[in-house]
Design a protein around this ligand. Structure first.
Ligand SMILES: O=C(O)[C@H](O)COP(=O)(O)O
Length: 335
């Protein structure tokens, strides 16, 4: 009986068992599998066809399947894992202040937006953050960095540069201790604000007068009506939610606490996914600038815990034992 070809969603597996000497047999007998590490799998198909012995077999390392597979797999199920997810829309930008459609135009924060980011940081200063994801736009990156100046854990957020191999090499940290005291910040264009097409740079009020209030509201808040040569929320969701599922959700599933600093619409699309909102319900979803939202990820589900009102708000930390313990350790300076 030969091992069947399949991709296991959990980890690199090693063939063991009768009839298949991992060293030479080109035909492997029935085998049991041992997990060596997570996030990869090997295609045992080559072994079955006798095309190579185990040792020669090219380990077709396949990135682990989606979190769904991991969630259903009893061995890898991380149902005991509980992670915090903080979503934050950037603070007020210079074009928010001028009431201009911004979309993917890369404008910075206003002074008020800076203050909003700092206030947001105070609100989440006792909630654990292991990784930060931002869009590739400066207003989201400024918001994340400013917010983290208020965090009590005092870890240093460091923007990871992997645009090319030199950037990766030149940005390396050569101290394990220093690395432990830092938080990787991953920037992703997929988290950018929806591209507002020919509305970018136009005044929102003038645009409503020109095209009519209903039409502009449709473009701004509906799910599937794009502005002229721009993205609909649905199109934005196809990149933002896809990125969240592929890159961010697995981190939460492994127990990492994550902050995502992004934009009104890219976050609306992600919240639509987290809270299973319909395309009708999402129309009324509005996000204020610089107000952090807290979700608890557990058993493959996201539970929204609102927005911490202030760092001293007991309620936030009573939500889960882990958040309360983390806060206690901060209070006792155990970090
Ligand atoms: O892109 C913009 O103009 C704002 O960031 C969000 O715009 P909206 O509130 O019209 O969606």
């Amino acid at each position: 009986m030969v091992a069947t070809a399949f991709l296991h969603p959990v980890g690199i597996i090693q063939l063991h068992g009768s009839g298949s000497d991992a060293g030479s047999a080109s035909k492997c007998g029935h085998s049991s599998f041992r997990f060596i590490s997570k996030n990869f799998a090997v295609d045992v198909g080559l072994l079955n066809k006798g095309q190579c012995s185990y040792r020669q077999c090219q380990l077709h390392v396949v990135h682990a399947l989606s979190s769904q597979a991991r969630a259903t797999d009893p061995i890898s199920s991380t149902s005991h894992v509980e992670s915090a997810l903080i979503l934050i829309r950037h603070g007020e930008s210079l074009w928010n202040e001028k009431n201009l459609f911004t979309g993917c135009v890369d404008v910075p924060l206003t002074k008020r937006g800076v203050d909003e980011a700092i206030e947001a940081g105070k609100r989440i200063s006792n909630i654990p953050v292991d990784m930060i994801y931002t869009s590739s736009l400066i207003r989201a990156q400024m918001t994340a960095m400013l917010a983290m100046t208020q965090h009590r854990r005092k870890k240093v957020p460091i923007i990871m540069h992997d645009e090319n191999s030199q950037a990766k090499t030149w940005g390396q940290i050569y101290s394990g201790d220093t690395e432990k005291q830092s938080i990787p910040v991953i920037t992703a264009w997929q988290l950018n604000e929806r591209m507002y097409g020919e509305l970018q740079g136009l005044n929102k009020l003038e645009t409503a007068e020109k095209y009519g209030k209903e039409q502009v509201h449709e473009w701004r808040r509906s799910y599937d009506s794009p502005p002229p040569n721009g993205e609909s929320l649905e199109m934005c969701s196809q990149r933002a939610v896809a990125y969240f599922k592929e890159h961010i959700e697995p981190q939460l599933q492994s127990g990492k606490h994550v902050m995502v600093a992004a934009h009104g619409n890219s976050l609306r699309s992600i919240i639509m996914y987290l809270e299973r909102l319909t395309s009708q319900e999402v129309i009324s979803l509005e996000l204020s600038t610089g107000v952090p939202l807290l979700y608890i990820y557990k058993d493959g589900k996201f539970v929204r815990r609102g927005s911490p009102v202030r760092p001293s708000e007991a309620g936030v930390y009573a939500y889960t034992k882990n958040l309360a313990l983390y806060r206690q350790k901060l209070d006792k300076k155990l970090y």
